[in-house]
Design a protein around this ligand. Structure first.
Ligand SMILES: *Cc1c(COP(=O)(O)O)cnc(C)c1O
Length: 380
């Protein structure tokens, strides 16, 4: 089945008890057993398994071209569970432009548990090769990155990582692209991670995370950790993400259509110093982006002339673009990462230009969006 069909049907069957077409929200913590140690359909306790969560997990696996999906309470809960695959003293190589919260978890929390992190420029596969050590057990990529929209060639990095004698796990945070635009498992990654809070949910009404893998042994270890650590997503939130995913292909195409109109406008605007968009010829990894992504997505970043002050003036002047953190919803959002989402990386090597403005372009009418950007830039 093709992507659009899987988005609506994968993991979901009419309910065998009553024919309900949409997956019911199974608000139950426990399940009746027919005898001691004889759960009726394999369900015992909802931290371990829940039918609504299972439908979502199976759908995620199908969309990423994987075999096993796991859903968590947030993107960071998913990330934390993946890192628990490692033993103390493991080395992790991560991109030097990962999501601020991922950096904070690695640098401020997991370092205290004897994990060692190096942050390198993964857009250059050579610097990945140089940064691997004999202790490297995991390589963490984000592409496109947040908020710089840097692109890493997943296939090229996968070849380097899998040639290492430890065969480290290659993890790709696919939040910005979604499986509709990019499928890392097909390009050689071992694990895909998502913040479902963003495009998968798509309506800014739920927080969730996902992990998808192909390998059975790896999946078993992760299911063990999912249950043992317990950072699971609830049934209502699972339902909301399942519902959001049904329109993912439609939304992603529209996000792109609208983004193109705004990119075109910004590329010629005198107040824009640097435009950053993966599908614009000026992007340093334009060719790689075109190769591994179906379209350029709905995220646009740009450095505005006039520094931090101009950036703040502009984002406070929009009327339709809401000034807010997060991204990937149907509604358009605007923010200044250095002062908002990326405060936690201030002063670190992931520091973001204070004049950088980030747009999450929604699926409203593009003429209305353009009008808003125009008038806000005039006031900056
Ligand atoms: C938001 C985000 C996360 C963290 O996800 P939460 O659901 O907020 O925990 C991780 N990676 C990327 C790229 C993100 O944008």
């Amino acid at each position: 089945m093709k992507f659009e069909t899987l988005a609506i049907h994968a993991g979901q069957e009419p309910d065998p008890n009553n024919g309900a077409v949409m997956t019911p929200v199974y608000f139950t913590s426990t399940y009746m057993q027919d005898g001691v140690g004889k759960p009726r359909q394999g369900y015992e306790y909802s931290r371990t398994q829940n039918p609504t969560r299972k439908a979502l997990q199976d759908c995620l696996a199908a969309l990423e071209g994987g075999s096993y999906g796991l859903a968590f309470a947030s993107g960071l809960a998913a990330t934390d569970t993946v890192l628990r695959l490692l033993n103390a003293d493991s080395h992790i190589l991560a991109g030097n432009d990962v999501y601020g919260g991922t950096f904070r978890l690695f640098d401020k929390v997991l370092r205290r548990f004897s994990l060692d992190f190096t942050f390198a420029d993964t857009t250059d596969p050579e610097s990945v090769a140089e940064a691997l050590t004999p202790q490297t057990r995991l390589v963490w990529l984000e592409t496109p990155t947040n908020p710089m929209l840097r692109i890493t060639d997943i296939r090229a990095v996968a070849e380097i990582v899998h040639a290492h004698p430890n065969n480290p796990l290659l993890v790709v945070d696919n939040t910005f692209a979604t499986p509709y635009l990019q499928r890392p498992l097909e390009l050689g990654a071992d694990i895909v991670v998502h913040s479902m809070t963003k495009y998968l949910g798509g309506h800014s009404d739920v927080v969730g995370g996902a992990v998808i893998v192909k390998d059975k042994e790896l999946a078993d270890k992760l299911y063990f950790l999912q249950n043992a650590v317990g950072a699971v997503i609830g049934p209502m939130d699972s339902f909301l993400v399942l519902r959001g995913i049904k329109t993912l292909p439609l939304r992603m195409d529209r996000h792109y259509e609208n983004a193109k109109v705004i990119v075109e406008f910004l590329s010629k605007h005198p107040k824009v110093e640097t435009l950053i968009y993966p599908f614009h010829e000026s992007h340093p990894q334009y060719k790689v982006a075109k190769q591994q992504m179906r379209n350029g997505g709905g995220m646009i970043s740009f450095i505005i002339k006039g520094g931090r002050e101009a950036a703040i003036k502009m984002v406070e002047a929009t009327k339709l673009f809401t000034l807010a953190e997060s991204l990937g919803g149907v509604e358009s959002l605007i923010e200044v990462p250095a002062a908002m989402t990326h405060l936690s990386v201030a002063g670190s090597q992931l520091d973001v230009d204070p004049a950088l403005v980030r747009l999450s372009v929604g699926i409203e009418n593009s003429a209305d969006l353009l009008e808003d950007i125009k008038q806000a830039l005039d006031k900056a």
